[in-house]
Design a protein around this ligand. Structure first.
Ligand SMILES: OCc1cccc(Br)n1
Length: 446
């Protein structure tokens, strides 16, 4: 109960309870716009999803990390015109600091890697599951928060790192019963863009901006894309060639256009070869139009999509070799992905793959009269110390009520503490699935 410092009477230091109004104005019991509550049923699904995130991370030898949901705003201020910047949930705190609710996890990870420095020997394989925020005008009724699973490999320049990350997501999909007929990964490399821009001597510092504009293809009309590209200084010819390259869907065609000199082709060829070795070739396809909407990607980028094309991207990631150095850290190669908790649930619903998750408690314990309430507590404690879950009935309730509650919480056994049994140091056990019941000595209850 927060101490109320604007007390009636006005004497400093004297505290009196806040005046109780006659008719309290009912508060809005819904969560803030764009956010969700997780009552038990929804929480069981979320916990199941997160348990799968964590199990796959464990299978791949990743260590879990976490950081504050509140970060310095400076971590997310990039000048490439990203949507994530426009929707930053930021404010000035009481210490006049500019802070923000994180819109993604990667900058926090980069901050932590730099902070740890040599005390965290490379390579690092870290994962996190955390809530991310954006302040979006509710016109589109979209969410303002979601939970993201992130896996990142820090300190590995080779494409084996990206191949490993995609393998972890394939493993996750397979665990949930999702197949390569349901989803796929569009894979490309920002080095493709870079090589085209270089051939038109577009300055490097415009690279991020161009990527963000390209990422808006399919979301805004093509002539707007072209005018935005013109506004950052690209010629008509450069724009035409860039858009032609971005329409390429095969590596061999791309090789014809770019030649074999640059890294883009080599990286992508290596990735597809590794995909074969990992056993997920049928899950990935080259698609030059994939750039992703974050400015800091520098190499391979990928995104998971549903083949029916009804949903937004399921997940996405890529290489970001420059991010740490832009925060003043050493030049450390890095790659990672983000996997949101919302689109995947829509996909599972569509595929009929949502799990049946009912509440489960092994025992419900109740006393049959008031003076045995203490005895019931003793029985509950004995069972709990044996590692058994117990719902202890905390009030004197009729048996009909107890049976109803037992069914609702899906209890396995009903333990009845009654006078005649208790006098003999016994309790009555009823197996609720079969109806079988028996008396048992307390010290033999298990
Ligand atoms: O995927 C972008 C994003 C970031 C924060 C919150 C939400 Br909802 N969505």
């Amino acid at each position: 109960q927060a101490l109320n410092d604007n007390v009636s009477g006005g004497r400093s230091g004297a505290l009196s309870p806040p005046p109780v109004t006659e008719t309290s104005q009912k508060i809005d019991v819904n969560p803030p716009k764009g956010t969700r509550d997780f009552p038990p049923e929804e929480m069981r699904l979320r916990s199941w999803l997160f348990q799968n995130f964590r199990e796959v991370s464990r299978l791949f030898g990743f260590e879990e990390i976490d950081f504050p949901v509140l970060e310095s705003e400076a971590l997310f201020i990039r000048k490439a015109g990203e949507e994530i910047r426009d929707q930053l949930y930021s404010f000035e705190d009481r210490g006049n600091r500019r802070v923000a609710l994180r819109p993604e996890l990667t900058p926090s990870l980069a901050r932590l890697v730099i902070q740890k420095g040599k005390s965290a020997p490379l390579p690092l394989k870290w994962f996190a599951v955390g809530q991310c925020w954006r302040y979006e005008r509710m016109t589109r009724g979209r969410r303002r928060e979601h939970y993201q699973w992130n896996m990142d490999i820090i300190g590995v320049p080779e494409v084996t790192a990206e191949a490993e990350l995609i393998s972890s997501i394939v493993t996750f999909f397979k665990r949930l019963g999702i197949t390569s007929s349901d989803v796929g990964f569009k894979v490309s490399s920002r080095k493709v863009l870079q090589e085209v821009l270089r051939s038109y001597s577009i300055p490097e510092n415009l690279f991020g901006k161009v990527c963000i504009i390209i990422d808006k293809m399919e979301k805004i009309p093509m002539d707007e894309i072209k005018s935005e590209l013109k506004s950052v200084g690209m010629s008509e010819k450069a724009i035409e060639e860039l858009l032609e390259v971005l329409s390429v869907k095969s590596l061999s065609k791309l090789e014809e256009i770019l030649g074999t000199a640059g890294d883009a082709i080599a990286d992508l060829k290596q990735l597809f070869s590794l995909a074969d070795k990992f056993g997920y070739s049928e899950w990935i396809q080259f698609d030059a139009s994939v750039v992703r909407g974050l400015a800091y990607y520098t190499g391979i980028v990928f995104e998971g999509f549903d083949r029916e094309g009804t949903l937004r991207a399921i997940c996405g990631g890529g290489r970001y070799d420059r991010l740490l150095s832009t925060f003043g850290g050493d030049d450390v190669p890095a790659c990672g992905f983000g996997f949101g908790d919302a689109v995947i649930v829509e996909l599972l619903k569509e595929k009929g793959l949502l799990p049946e998750l009912s509440p489960l408690v092994e025992n419900i314990v109740c006393s049959l009269d008031q003076e045995l309430q203490g005895a019931a507590a003793t029985v509950a404690t004995i069972l709990r110390e044996k590692g058994q879950s117990v719902d202890l009935v905390l009030e004197n309730k009729p048996l009909k009520w107890v049976f109803k509650r037992a069914a609702r919480i899906n209890a396995g056994r009903l333990i009845l503490v009654g006078n005649s049994e208790w006098q003999k140091g016994m309790v009555r056990v009823k197996i609720l699935a079969t109806g079988e019941q028996y008396e048992v000595k307390l010290d033999q209850l298990e």
